[in-house]
Design a protein around this ligand. Structure first.
Ligand code: HEC
Ligand code: HEC
Length: 177
């Protein structure tokens, strides 16, 4: 009886987390600016503007020559265009789920420079991600969202999680029962 119940839980969980039930709705507005996708997607995943507040983007864009130990400098015109794009689409200007959560999780006097360090984003991962990153040569760091979130470019993070070296997250989540 007990094991039948467990089987039922696992089956229900798998059906619920499959695409058959949930429509693919973006949880943050996908990048829709070709210049941004090209310039800011050259070294890592092009983070959606809605994942950080305007004040964070402004600070990052002012210091591109010294960008996380790398040089991401742009010419003045591109820098202006991309700063405008980021500010116009920042977390506090969007009603998408992750943007609203990102914005409300940051204290007013904080200016985070990493999406991965924003309280709401940290909270989604902290208890297990450190272990999955440790000794895992297939993931560069937690900054490389699309290593695990295969639909990240479409603004989808809850679905399509496939962790290199570990496999599909749906299976892990269901096996917890
Ligand atoms: C020359 C390579 C390069 C380019 C071009 C580049 N970056 Fe980065 N960026 C990096 C590196 C390296 C890191 C640090 C990654 C790490 O810690 O593993 C980083 C980190 C970041 C982070 C923090 C990631 C986190 O941990 O949440 C943000 C935000 C970011 N970049 C935004 C941008 C934006 C916006 C642009 C375009 C204006 C840009 N980057 C262009 C190299 C680049
Ligand atoms: C090592 C793999 C890995 C990396 C790298 C990673 N994530 Fe995740 N993320 C996960 C897993 C696994 C979950 C599901 C957690 C759960 O179900 O409790 C998750 C959950 C999330 C969620 C919550 C989705 C929901 O259910 O609504 C968001 C948002 C998210 N991640 C954003 C990001 C962003 C942004 C980055 C990059 C800065 C990132 N993640 C990097 C593995 C990863």
């Amino acid at each position: 009886m007990k094991s039948n119940l467990k089987k039922l839980f696992i089956t229900t969980c798998m059906i619920l987390s499959s695409n058959i039930v949930f429509a693919e709705i973006s949880e943050v507005i996908p990048v829709n600016n070709a210049l941004y996708a090209e310039e800011c997607g050259a070294c890592h995943f092009a983070y959606q503007p809605g994942l950080m507040p305007a004040r964070s983007w402004q600070k990052i864009m002012k210091n591109l020559a010294n960008h996380f130990d790398d040089n991401a400098e742009l010419d003045t015109e591109d820098q202006r265009l991309l700063t405008d794009y980021l500010i116009y689409n920042s977390a506090e200007s969007s009603i998408y789920r992750h943007s609203m959560n990102v914005d409300s999780s940051i204290a007013w006097n904080q200016i985070p420079l990493r999406v991965s360090k924003i309280p709401y984003i940290r909270f989604q991962h902290d208890d297990f991600i450190a272990d999955m990153l440790k000794y895992n040569p297939k993931i560069k760091s937690r900054s490389y969202c699309n290593d695990c979130h295969t639909k990240a470019e479409d603004g989808i993070y809850a679905d399509g999680i496939d962790i290199p070296g570990y496999g599909k997250w749906d299976m892990h989540r269901c096996m917890k029962f």
